[in-house]
Ligand binder design. Structure first.
Ligand SMILES: Cc1cc2nc3c(=O)[nH]c(=O)nc-3n(C[C@H](O)[C@H](O)[C@H](O)COP(=O)(O)OP(=O)(O)OC[C@H]3O[C@@H](n4cnc5c(N)ncnc54)[C@H](O)[C@@H]3O)c2cc1C
Length: 410
């Protein structure tokens, strides 16, 4: 059976590794950390995943936390006015629920499952020099190392990468004790609060090491008041600062967050990165080539919460391409074609996400306003998070937006 090496034990690498094992492939995963180190480490993401991505996990019995994890029923959008009032507030129902399982829980569990399924696990932080030595021993090497240094093996594609610097300063905490939104206590929902000119706050129900929780996640416009995490505050100070911003800009959300506590002292994160699309084939000094996957080759800002969804979809596309290849070589042409199959989908996510990083143009403001009056519009916007390729048909283009709004108003 063909031998495949996957570097990186995240959403994409482990999903691919586990699904290849199902088909009997000889799979080795190299992970920088043991399952225990992952569990004891810092949170890594907010990882809210929507129906289409979750279905890939269900199809392969990888949805191990589905029963415990709170179900996210919809998406709420609010816009804050300059006086911290709510100038817009609506809720769009998801046709199928979303879920967010802390990657510390999921990746540690999946690594252990991978070993139980007969996969080879090597705990090692891989360097380019390691890969150079290892590549000849495998039929295929996939680099799924997220935003780690191995991305340097893959050249940036300037035609697909409009940005050269981070577009948001990211900061989040996982908490217990958040009260339900009084307007919709029956729904657990992602709350997307826009503070024009300042940034966004996402509130995401999730499941962590200590059970269900909520995640408070600020995205700050660079140079603005939310871009203030360079001093690496301690856990409690990090939480207090986030609550202070909520009180200042989003008092309706602060009201239900007054009594929250951190889920654990590794439940804070701050940082930021430049959105980028890279060429998918990395060349090693020995001449061997490796294939990049998920964040290694398409890293978007988390403003649209798509990275784990993309990683899952990328793993599904790569699995199909590997299975279809049979015994033929995984050559450069196949690697490029495999990535382009994924890009057919990922381009829509990238285009939408990059657009959401800009101040909303008039047609988007009109859609957001209409959604407040018309649940059909709110619902279409919310469900686009599961398959963002729909946004090109009505949201991204002013003429198509006008046509759609006219159709729902008539
Ligand atoms: C603040 C924040 C919020 C987010 N919110 C969401 C959200 O709500 N929804 C969503 O879908 N996505 C979200 N994302 C994005 C999502 O977390 C990532 O896009 C997704 O995890 C990418 O999966 P991946 O498999 O490419 O890489 P990762 O999940 O990053 O996995 C990479 C793995 O490779 C390992 N690794 C790195 N270098 C090496 C090396 N040299 N050797 C061995 N191992 C190595 C790492 O330790 C890690 O285990 C968010 C991201 C951030 C930062």
């Amino acid at each position: 059976m063909r031998k495949i090496l996957i570097v990186g034990a995240g959403q994409s690498g482990l999903q691919l590794a586990l699904t290849l094992r199902e088909h009997g492939y000889d799979v080795t995963v190299m992970s920088a950390r043991t399952p225990d180190e992952i569990r004891k480490g810092r949170v890594m993401s907010t990882q809210c995943m929507f129906h289409d991505a979750l279905q890939h996990e269900r199809d392969h019995d990888l949805n191990l936390w589905e029963r415990e994890c709170v179900r996210v029923d919809g998406l709420g959008v609010s816009i804050a006015g300059p006086d911290s009032s709510r100038v817009l507030d609506w809720f769009g129902k998801l046709d199928n629920y979303a879920q967010s399982v802390d990657q510390r829980v999921k990746m540690a569990g999946w690594l252990e499952l991978f070993e139980r399924k007969g996969g080879q696990l090597i705990i090692h932080g891989v360097t380019t020099a390691d890969l150079d030595k290892l590549a000849g021993m495998y039929d295929l090497v996939v680099v799924a190392a997220g935003k780690g240094e191995l991305v340097e093996l893959f050249d940036r594609n300037p035609e697909r990468s409009p940005y050269t610097s981070p577009q948001r300063a990211l900061s989040l905490v996982y908490v217990h004790g958040l009260e339900r939104r009084p307007e919709h206590p029956e729904y657990a929902a992602v709350r997307f609060n826009i503070i024009p000119g300042v940034g966004e706050l996402f509130m995401i129900p999730g499941y962590t090491l200590s059970g269900n929780c909520d995640i408070l996640f600020f995205e700050g416009i660079p140079g603005g008041p939310l871009d203030c995490w360079g001093d690496r505050p301690g856990p409690q100070e990090h939480l207090d600062r986030i609550l202070g911003f909520m009180k200042q800009y989003l008092p309706w959300e602060y009201e239900r967050a007054r009594n929250v506590e951190l889920t654990d002292d590794k439940a804070t994160l701050a940082g930021g990165y430049t959105p980028v699309v890279r060429h998918p084939v990395g060349e090693l000094p020995s001449g061997h080539t490796v294939l990049g996957m998920a964040d290694v080759v398409v890293a978007n800002d988390p403003i649209t919460g798509q990275g784990s969804n993309n990683a899952s979809k990328c793993a599904a596309v790569f699995l199909d391409a590997i299975l279809e290849r049979g015994d033929a070589p995984y050559d450069r042409e196949w690697k490029n074609a495999t990535f382009e199959r994924y890009w057919d989908y990922a381009q829509h996510v990238t285009q939408w996400t990059n657009a959401m990083l800009q101040p909303p143009p008039p047609h988007v403001m009109e859609i957001l306003g209409e959604a407040g009056a018309n649940p059909q519009v709110a619902r279409r916007f919310a469900n686009g998070f599961s398959d963002p390729s729909d946004y090109q048909n009505w949201f991204l283009d002013p003429a198509k937006a006008a046509e759609y709004l006219a159709s729902v108003r008539s």
